[in-house]
Ligand binder design. Structure first.
Ligand code: SF4
Length: 204
């Protein structure tokens, strides 16, 4: 079982499966038990959210390193290293594994990584930078660009103008409605009076 050292729980699990079931667990192409080596560390790394958001430590002891940001730019091999270190910590002590203490993964379970790549060399991976859908991390909060201000002003002006025009139309339609009602009432009064005049009075 590869690892430096291999996690004792993975070793114990293999031994117990063999003793109790009489067989070895399913293995991958390098004869590593799949239950422990099927996924790369990067998939379940506690620092993954920082990777996705583009927050990287760039030197040991810098602000990002002290805050627990992603170690990719310090040479972390987690994106290409198959191991369960990020989910099964050593001796069941939370955070006790290389990345947990701020040291980039060196890829000790991968034949083609350990001793074949520089410790601080970054591995070529797909999407090392965050996608465009994330907001920038170092935005200049509070600074409003002139173009943006002009755009906001134009939108506000357009909305204000449209509101004024609508209110004017509403007002004139109200006035027109009142005038129409007045005319209708006058007409109704007139019709009623002339009708009364035409009805002959009954003779007793
Ligand atoms: S690059 Fe390394 S530290 Fe960063 S999320 Fe992946 S495994 Fe974790």
């Amino acid at each position: 079982m590869p690892g430096c050292p291999p996690n004792p729980y993975n070793l114990l699990a293999v031994v117990l499966e063999y003793v109790t079931m009489g067989r070895l667990p399913a293995l991958d192409e390098f004869s590593r038990p799949k239950f422990a080596y099927e996924r790369v560390i990067h998939e379940n790394c506690p620092r993954r959210a920082h990777f996705d958001a583009g927050r990287f430590a760039v030197s040991f002891g810098d602000e990002g390193h002290r805050k627990g940001w992603c170690l990719y730019k310090l040479g972390c091999k987690g994106p290409v290293t198959h191991a369960a270190c990020s989910t099964r910590h050593f001796n069941e002590i939370p955070g006790v594994w290389p990345i947990g203490i701020g040291a980039p993964c060196v890829g000790c379970t991968e034949k083609g990584v350990l001793w074949r790549m520089g410790t601080f060399e970054t591995v070529p991976i797909h999407l090392a930078t965050p996608p465009d859908t994330y907001p920038p991390i170092y935005s200049n909060a509070g600074q409003f660009k002139v173009g943006a201000a002009a755009l906001v002003g134009a939108i506000a002006g357009a909305v204000g103008g449209a509101t004024w025009v609508a209110s004017q139309r509403f007002q004139s339609s109200q006035e027109a409605g009142i005038a129409r009602v007045t005319v209708d009432r006058a007409h109704a009064e007139k019709t009623k009076v002339s009708a009364e005049k035409q009805i002959p009075k009954k003779e007793d």
